[in-house]
Write a protein that binds this ligand. Structure first.
Ligand SMILES: *Cc1c(COP(=O)(O)O)cnc(C)c1O
Length: 395
């Protein structure tokens, strides 16, 4: 459990909390000062002694990145690749899978735009077939319906764990069980779940998982990672190679790096990589179960407050809801609400309908205000947001 004293301590370690009520943790969270300082310290060393030299000096710490991330999701260090964001991490996994004409990809109605466009490309290039599992009435994916879509041609189940736009948590572990039973690869977009709730790749049973640094993990922007189960990583030819991912061993041959590092780039945001490791250790120290528990309580407080107004529609679905709260205000554009809150020192964001076209179009929603809480937020910040939205109904 996170106590009020703990919260005071986490806020004292997060300078941004002095300036704003930050309810945009699904966009980019406020980093702990330790994350910021680690990035700056490395940039300072790059300035003072040179980039290659700074990297060599911190060699052990760079190696410690892998166990730090692995520990966060129950993986092995050799199953982790550092990649510049979640989209490219996901791409490196997805585009490395060899699709043939008629191979089926099963996904969900709440799928994220970038991923779905990947499926469309696989259809255009290779003749892959896209199958979409519908939502159950609660809003999360209908797992039984998903299982019924499986045939002998199903090559991949690819699902967003926590959609960025609707408050739901998809039942990743139930999908994982089905994928394993049928011997089908399972790719999980955990961009919004890592750092927000406990995510364990063995409990979930996914083969590949992508995540970003800047969201609920509170890492630096421009960082992310990919997990690929060791045996699978060693059998996949990455869609792109460089001299870090592989070695040019002879005029007409190369040898690919073992494990998930074959999906990495040689050049990267080195300072950010160190900062991301700090963020991963910080989240584990706070405790993911405790984080999830507090996030649920804060989000419920916000939903409850907003739902009491006639001029507000809370748009979240799902029996089990997460730290993402979405709503619309009657007669006002989402962007207008977002700006009005911003004027009052309350950060939120706007989700546009094309971020998750299948789901939002079906629900007739053009855009949403998204308020995403995190454990370091205060109840009184939530209440300020509720009061600010209340005032929009009066004017
Ligand atoms: C934000 C987000 C992404 C993309 O992450 P980047 O780090 O910006 O590439 C992917 N999937 C989901 C569900 C997201 O919310």
């Amino acid at each position: 459990m996170i106590t009020p004293d703990d919260i005071a301590c986490y806020r004292a370690e997060t300078r941004g909390t002095e300036h704003v009520a930050h309810l945009n943790n699904a966009g980019a969270s406020l980093p702990p000062d330790a994350v910021h300082e680690r990035v700056i310290r490395h940039l300072d060393r790059e300035r003072d002694i040179g980039g290659y030299e700074a990297k060599a000096e911190a060699a052990n710490e760079f190696e410690a990145f892998y166990p730090a991330i692995a520990g966060l999701i129950g993986a092995k260090p050799q199953e982790i690749a550092f990649i510049e964001n979640a989209t490219r991490a996901w791409d490196m996994a997805f585009y490395s899978l060899p699709f043939r004409e008629g191979d089926e990809i099963i996904t969900v109605e709440t799928e994220y735009a970038s991923n779905f466009m990947g499926y469309l490309q696989a259809r255009k290039r290779h003749g892959a077939v896209i199958k979409v599992a519908p939502c159950a009435p609660s809003g999360r994916v209908d797992v039984a319906a998903l299982e019924k879509l499986i045939t002998s041609r199903t090559k991949l189940i690819s699902v967003t764990h926590v959609p960025s736009h609707s408050g739901i948590i998809n039942p990743a572990a139930e999908i994982g069980r089905i994928a394993r039973q049928h011997g089908i690869l399972f790719l999980l977009d955990a961009c919004q779940s890592v750092g927000q709730l406990p995510v364990d790749v063995n409990e979930i049973g996914c083969d590949m998982l992508s995540a970003t640094g800047r969201k609920f993990l509170r890492g630096p922007r421009g960082t992310g990672f990919l997990y690929v189960r060791e045996e699978l990583a060693n059998s996949l030819e990455p869609v792109m190679l460089d001299l870090h991912a592989a070695e040019w061993t002879g005029e007409d041959q190369y040898r690919i790096e073992a494990g998930a590092r074959r999906f990495e780039n040689w050049e990267c945001f080195f300072a950010g990589k160190l900062g991301l490791a700090v963020a991963a250790r910080y989240a584990q120290k706070v405790g993911l179960a405790a984080i999830a528990e507090r996030n649920t309580a804060l989000a419920e407080r916000l939903r409850g407050g907003l739902a009491s107004f006639a001029h507000v529609d809370v748009r979240d679905r799902g029996e089990e809801k997460c730290a993402i709260v979405t709503f619309t205000v009657k007669g006002r554009e989402a962007a207008e609400v977002h700006h009005a809150l911003r004027q009052q020192g309350i950060n939120t964001s706007v989700s546009s309908g094309d971020y998750s076209r299948l789901d939002l179009t079906r629900r007739g929603i053009k855009s949403l205000v998204r308020a995403s809480v995190h454990y370091y937020n205060l109840e009184n910040e939530i209440d300020r947001c509720i009061e600010a939205v209340a005032r929009l109904g009066r004017g």
